[in-house]
Design a protein around this ligand. Structure first.
Ligand SMILES: Nc1ncnc2c1ncn2[C@@H]1O[C@H](COP(=O)(O)OP(=O)(O)O)[C@@H](O)[C@H]1O
Ligand SMILES: [Mg+2]
Length: 246
């Protein structure tokens, strides 16, 4: 079992869009896949039409893996299950703060599901707190969407510096360009400089596309309603590249 976290401390960069489409392609390629929506906003749960639990269970999330098993819901797609977000997840940083060995807690509960799943995808909220550090510990790979703008470049460098300083392995980091507008000179220039500075950038990138925005309307992965569109091919190619690295 591998754990793939879709992470950035920035919001609105395409984490949820990537989580939904990559989990979909992972399942379609035959991997038993579980998407866990860690963001209390619940966007990936919404895209997959899965309702949150009625009970407030955020306090129990990191206790035992049985608590997580109870929250697993089937999706409309073969091989793909979802643990939907709950509003109580907004307290995860505090919940973890009060636990011992807080950085290892998430890894431990996820390990409990290794017989059930080949891949766990974590759709992360935008922050750099206790939950993020638990994610850095639990994930085999951290997939980071980067919009090719100056501020995103800065955020990405902050992440690399944080990893170096706190002793997390930078080898876990996989980055890709997200919401790319190839007609913009700045997008081109920043992609070139960042690829030079960080040669490990994935080759696949996701274009800025109305088909991705339309996921909210169709409440489905892009493949379901825009099968022949470039954005769909882009997510499929991103999945293939990530799959090879897992
Ligand atoms: N490639 C894209 N092209 C156009 N819009 C996108 C793209 N990716 C995401 N969006 C839109 O941008 C907003 C933020 O995307 P989302 O995936 O929710 O980001 P995050 O999870 O990082 O906050 C959403 O409204 C989404 O529809
Ligand atoms: Mg999101």
């Amino acid at each position: 079992m591998k754990v793939l976290a879709i992470y950035s401390m920035k919001g609105g960069v395409g984490k949820t869009a990537a989580s939904v489409n990559l989990a979909y392609w992972a399942a379609a390629s035959g991997l038993k896949t579980l998407l866990i929506d860690l963001d209390p906003q619940g966007a990936s749960s919404f895209y997959f039409r899965v309702k949150p639990a009625k009970k407030d269970w955020g306090q129990r999330f990191f206790k035992t893996y049985e608590n997580l098993l109870k929250q697993i819901r089937a999706s409309d797609y073969e091989n793909l299950d979802i643990i939907p977000a709950h509003l109580s997840f907004r307290n995860f940083d505090v919940v973890l703060h009060n636990l011992q060995k807080r950085n290892k807690r998430l890894k431990k509960v996820l390990q409990g599901m290794r017989k059930e799943y080949d891949l766990i995808v974590l759709d992360c909220p935008p922050s750099l707190g206790n939950l993020s550090e638990a994610v850095f510990t639990a994930a085999d790979h951290l997939l980071v969407p980067v919009i090719p703008t100056t501020l995103s470049e800065r955020t990405f460098n902050q992440l690399l510096a944080f990893f170096a300083r706190e002793g997390y392995s930078q080898e876990k980091i996989l980055a890709f360009f997200s919401m790319v507008q190839s007609q913009k000179n700045m997008h081109k220039g920043i992609q070139d400089t960042m690829r030079q500075a960080w040669p490990d950038f994935l080759t696949s990138s996701i274009p800025f596309s109305v088909d991705v925005e339309n996921m909210g309307e169709y409440r489905a992965p892009v493949d379901q309603f825009a099968h022949n569109k470039p954005a769909n091919a882009a997510y499929q190619s991103l999945w293939q590249e990530v799959h090879r690295r897992l």
